[in-house]
Write a protein that binds this ligand. Structure first.
Ligand code: FAD
Length: 544
């Protein structure tokens, strides 16, 4: 009978233990968890702050008792593994409340200790009103402190997924929230042109969003920033990132990789073949970057856990690496991203092009139809799809999941163009926004038209470039680029002579669809230097 010990009882650990049980009814499985809870929904923690999750007990998906009854798994909480003794194949465990130390033997060991929130070494970070969010205990403590102090002003430091979700849920709970991000933008999976939509949404919903400034110090009533700005804060939440929990592995002589996380092979074995590691604590192979990265996400942790169990029992598993797919709700907007963004692709020195389309997420006649902002990044000249970002009030995640699937299957813009997706007016358009992006990309790749990107528009305006706006007069009257000439698309063929042939012409509309038609009409009428303004007025307004 095999004896498997699992360290960490949440996403990766609990998944590994449960899969091992499904594969082997006889195995003895012991799972140690340092905290008082196993198998809780980490990802739902922030939603307790707004009351979307009304009761913190609901965050617990399993208990040690239910693990015992349902799966015959011996889950021991408040039990911290303090040493791995590889020679004897045992672990040393300390009870966090009684201090009692015991030893447990193993045949196979699975490490899923996760990653801990980073607390910067700055004045005041140890004050009692400063919190981090990792588990149910943390979120209950934070919630209690807010209620007990009747904290009106809360500062959240860090604009990653956890910081944004915490800020949003606190705002929904009626608190004044300041969100401080050191980088020039929040949510780095998104490119700066796309993320502006989310910046605006945060501000529109009353969050005091501060980007490009860092935390300098915390006092009992304020936070100080690098710029010298002071903000009132009754409570401070630190969400500046996580650090893989590698100490136990390091102490046991397991190899730590170049990223600072535990190094594993394609089967998630450490340098000790009897010890596997999964989840936030390990480094994984990025199939688009061709290098090891850290990726703290629940889906990969659970897939790795299953792969470990399968490998232990001789079931072949193909490790396809990761591409990094994520989604988030930011107030009224859904945002999702997969693969490489344009910034990373360029940093890697890849030859890429990107298209940005703004198309209705459903047929416009449907009451819940909204524009979906969609950016597709692909390799030139192969057309291999490398990444995408979608932001809108509708189903951004569905579009990104299509692209994630395509990337995993090594798909190209040609494949995406031809992808047959389900359609009904309430769900999408006959040509879905992802197909439209591929059509734009294939046209661009074939040289059928040229585009300029929203970030290039300001300098074009400053240089006095000829910008042709083909929106209707009423739309144009409501706001337009400085110096732009308005000829509505419906009048363009009659008035084409007004458009000069001897200078470059940049064509814009609301969302770059009408302007694309205008570009093609001009091209067919002997204009040789015409470009579509990708994203057009909507994209420019958000970018500026
Ligand atoms: P964890 O789930 O953190 O589990 C590790 C456990 O090991 C911990 O409970 C720890 O106490 C225990 N442990 C550590 N060392 C020891 C030891 N020596 N002995 C015993 N026990 C030990 N991901 C998404 O994909 N989507 C989301 O929307 C999302 N939202 C999130 C929101 C929040 C607030 C947080 C905190 C995380 C979120 N994540 C999300 C990330 C996701 O939860 C993690 O990627 C995932 O839980 C990693 O699984 P893991 O098993 O590696 O670590």
């Amino acid at each position: 009978m095999k004896k498997v010990v699992v360290i960490g009882g949440v996403a990766g650990g609990a998944s590994a233990a449960a899969r091992i049980r499904r594969l082997d009814e006889q195995a003895q499985i012991v799972m140690f968890e340092r905290g008082p809870h196993v198998s809780f929904s980490n990802c739902s923690l922030p939603f307790y702050l707004s009351g979307v999750v009304a009761d913190s007990k609901k965050l617990l998906m399993m208990t040690p008792e239910s693990f015992e009854v349902k799966h015959n798994i011996d889950a021991r909480v408040n039990s911290e593994v303090i040493a791995i003794n590889r020679e004897e194949k045992t672990v040393t465990v300390q009870h966090t409340q009684t201090g009692e130390v015991t030893t447990e033997s193993y045949d196979k060991l699975v490490l899923s200790p996760g990653a801990s929130p980073i607390v910067p070494n700055l004045p005041g970070t140890d004050l009692p009103h400063v919190f981090t969010v990792r588990n149910v205990v943390d979120i209950e403590r934070l919630h209690t402190a807010i209620v007990e102090r009747d904290a009106q002003n809360i500062a959240v430091i860090g604009g990653g997924f956890i910081g944004i979700e915490v800020a949003e849920n606190l705002r929904l709970a009626g608190r004044n929230v300041a969100l401080v991000e050191f980088a020039p933008q929040i949510l780095t999976p998104f490119d700066e042109d796309m993320v502006q939509i989310l910046h605006k949404e945060m501000v529109d919903k009353g969050v005091d969003l501060i980007v490009g400034d860092g935390l300098a110090n915390i006092t009992p009533t304020t936070i100080g920033l690098n710029s010298g700005t002071e903000i009132n804060a009754d409570i401070v939440v630190l969400a500046i990132g996580v650090r893989p929990e590698t100490m136990l592995a390091e102490k046991a002589g397991l190899t730590i990789g170049e990223t600072g996380a535990i190094h594993v092979n394609q089967n998630y074995q450490t340098n000790d073949p009897n010890i596997y590691a999964v989840g936030d604590a390990i480094e994984v192979y990025h199939r688009l970057m061709h290098k090891k990265v850290r990726l703290a996400l629940a889906g990969p942790a659970q897939r790795q856990a299953r792969a470990v169990a399968d490998h232990m029992y001789g079931i072949p598993v193909t490790n396809k690496g990761v591409i990094g797919s994520s989604s988030i709700q930011v107030f009224d907007y859904a945002a999702a991203a997969t693969g490489l963004n344009e910034r990373t692709a360029q940093q890697l020195g890849l030859q890429v092009e990107a298209v940005y389309v703004i198309a209705p997420d459903k047929v416009g006649l449907m009451p819940s139809s909204n524009p979906l902002h969609f950016k597709l990044i692909y390799e030139v000249p192969t057309g291999r799809v490398l990444g995408a970002q979608a932001i809108g009030k509708g189903n951004a995640d569905k579009r990104i999941d299509v692209i994630a699937t395509l990337i995993t299957m090594n798909g190209t813009i040609e494949d995406l163009k031809e992808l047959e997706l389900s359609y009904s007016p309430m769900f999408s358009t006959a040509k879905d926004v992802v197909n439209i992006a591929a059509l734009v990309a294939t046209n661009l790749m074939a040289g059928r038209f040229k585009q300029v990107r929203v970030h290039e528009v300001r300098s074009l305006v400053e240089q006095g470039a000829y910008i042709l706006d083909v929106r209707e007069r009423a739309e144009f009257a409501q706001g337009a680029l400085k110096g732009a000439v308005n000829i509505p698309l419906g009048e363009l063929r009659e008035r084409m002579a007004e458009v000069p042939k001897d200078v470059p012409v940049y064509v814009s509309c609301r969302s770059a669809q009408r302007s694309y038609n205008a570009v093609m009409a001009l091209n067919h009428n002997g204009y040789t230097n015409v470009a579509n303004v990708s994203g057009s007025f909507l994209g420019i307004c958000l970018y500026e």
